[in-house]
Design a protein. Sequence first.
Length: 148
Amino acid sequence: MLDKNAVGRTSPPTLNEVEKGAIRRFAEALGDFNPVYYDEEYARAAGYPTVVAPPTFPACFHSSADLRELLGVTVKSLLHTEQTFEYERPILAGDRIFVATRVADVQERTGPAGRMDVAVLEDEGRDEEGALVFRSRRTLVVRSSREP
């Protein structure tokens, strides 16, 4: 069961260094062969200073968020159901992005499988100057071990 008092808890920012190879591997895993993810010359011709990360790339970023501490449950009990991204600018190879996680909402819902708890986490990525690069919002579900 999720800690209902978790709303507002925030992790300290954690550094994520964006590497060309990581962008390439991520794009390959997606099956997306857009040259802006692989070819620096192509990316420059498209108006970027270097290769660009695919839009869902922040899904692989980490923060120092310990979900056991933030939500009061083990990671194994969570199901990642949805994630959205908003950008202030593209993520580029060479970026150093600090990611912090905040618990935005905790709710109890009833579905076909019974009672479940839902948590909404917001990740915020900022560059070294503190400027916002992206925001991500993800929804996690944990099903109660006891039926109502």
